[in-house]
Design a binder for this molecule. Sequence first.
Ligand SMILES: Cc1cc2nc3c(=O)[nH]c(=O)nc-3n(C[C@H](O)[C@H](O)[C@H](O)COP(=O)(O)OP(=O)(O)OC[C@H]3O[C@@H](n4cnc5c(N)ncnc54)[C@H](O)[C@@H]3O)c2cc1C
Length: 555
Amino acid sequence: MTGREPAGSRPVEPDNQQMERFVNRYDYVIVGAGSAGCVLADRLSADGSRVLVLEAGGQDDDPRVKIPAVWSGMFQGPNDWNYTSDPEPGYHGRCVFLPRGKMLGGSSSLNAMFYVRGNRQDYDAWERDFGATGWSYDEVLPYFVRSENNANIKDEFHGSDGPLHVTTDRWISPYAERFIEAAEAAGFPRNDDFNGAQQDGAGMMQVTGHDGSRWSSADAFLRPALERDNVELVTDALVHRVVIEDGRATGVEYSHDGEVVTALADREVILSAGAYNSPQLLMLSGIGPKEHLQEIGIETLVDSPQVGQNLQDHPQVFLHYDTPGALTLAQAGDPRHMEEWLDSRTGMLTTNAAESALFLRSSPELESPDFQVVFVPGYFWDHGFRQPARPGMTIALTLNTPISRGSVRLRSADPADAPRIRTNYLTHDSEVDAILRAIDIVQGVADQEPLAELLADHVDPGEDFTRDQLVAWVRAEAQHMFHASCSARIGSEGEGVVDPELRVHGVNGLRVVDASVMPRVTSGNTHAPTVMIAERASDFILAANRELATTAKES
Ligand SMILES: Cc1cc2nc3c(=O)[nH]c(=O)nc-3n(C[C@H](O)[C@H](O)[C@H](O)COP(=O)(O)OP(=O)(O)OC[C@H]3O[C@@H](n4cnc5c(N)ncnc54)[C@H](O)[C@@H]3O)c2cc1C
């Protein structure tokens, strides 16, 4: 695909002063083919509208994309943006590795495949506390259901004929059930649907998988959309900026094959570049905090102080146990597992590495669970970069309700430069206090049979740590759940970047549709909520353009 004369577009005569540029025209230009962008490509093209999707990465044809167990093996490879944070003050000044998918499917092609929507309180708080009118749980639930094709659960919370396949892992470690039984022995209820009426309790995780393979947003939404000849995709297309004329987004400028290309959007430009790159693109286009743009040398078109602010993610800590003689994921590297996966899409490589989980409240007075705990029948630490000396298992605790917020800033006016990112993980002491309480509760689960015998050899953190040592350990070792969000959040002008229909304040014809718009990060993984956001946005966009068409006809 060259980007010069794509099918479904209307070529425009090159401007005489810009002879080197190729200009094409569409109804919608979508930037980013990730969790959200793929949904939009499908939904916005269903009525015959001309849609262009621009993706900076390439195809999702690395075989590891499809194999559930090896997702972290793709880190720092060509399909990862491979960002690093600025020093994180709550993490002893460590610069933290921040992977993001750079390929079709975006981060949904690189992620750990958990399908978790968060809970009712998340969305009700979006509406109640952040002015996100229309985003209460009752209003968003139909959009989760619309996307979903759930293989296991059939009830009012789930869909069974949507394009997004959801299931449980095909291979389940014999120890996963033991974890659930130990949680029950510690007093937690059994819960085999964290996306149903209640989030609390222990049970099996749901994942975005199908037939023993990953099922990304590209599989669910983009490939079907590309069957239509009114959808055009250009890969290896790095968008530089949104073109804004007289207060309206008229298109985008991107580089492809060494050329600078302009794509015009007759209706809308939609940024779905993710929580780091969507605010980056807004700022590169002159929409952002005036002082920061001045510092970088970019003319301010819209002084929008919240662009790049309010960034959130979930901090995570890992408890480790030596488990000599047990079956662990360390054995997944044996070639016979790959042969089995290639032959029949079965076996150890079909697990996403964490089949069972527990949602708990670190304090009884909380309205909903503040921790997501997953049991990994293998040793996972430091994103998989640190290798264990002996076979081991991991219990990962994620603080699902962080208070800390960080920022995304420009490093320079060069679109190829990585943005400056600081999440401010654990900069509130109350977050660390909650983690210490949760560690205590989870160790109480690990001490119950049928898990206690398996996890008797506790490695990390040391059992004799004082409170101060434990706090130091948390700050020295904590990582995160890869859930960047909220950096272009919904809110009124001055408080947010987009309105509740995700239109960028101060510019016509421009929306942000991705994890950036969350007012507060959800209490769980963020792919399912991002797909929901895009589903809901597609209805807003189609309705707005139907209205425009009716007005045009009448006048
Ligand atoms: C390693 C990892 C593990 C995770 N595990 C889970 C999990 O198990 N479950 C879960 O629910 N969530 C998980 N997440 C989070 C989840 O995948 C993301 O929240 C979600 O995919 C975000 O969707 P998005 O559409 O906002 O952005 P993305 O899916 O990241 O899509 C953004 C797209 O825009 C493209 N892009 C960026 N800049 C430009 C530009 N300038 N020009 C053109 N294209 C551009 C990118 O290449 C990318 O394809 C994980 C994330 C990671 C990275």
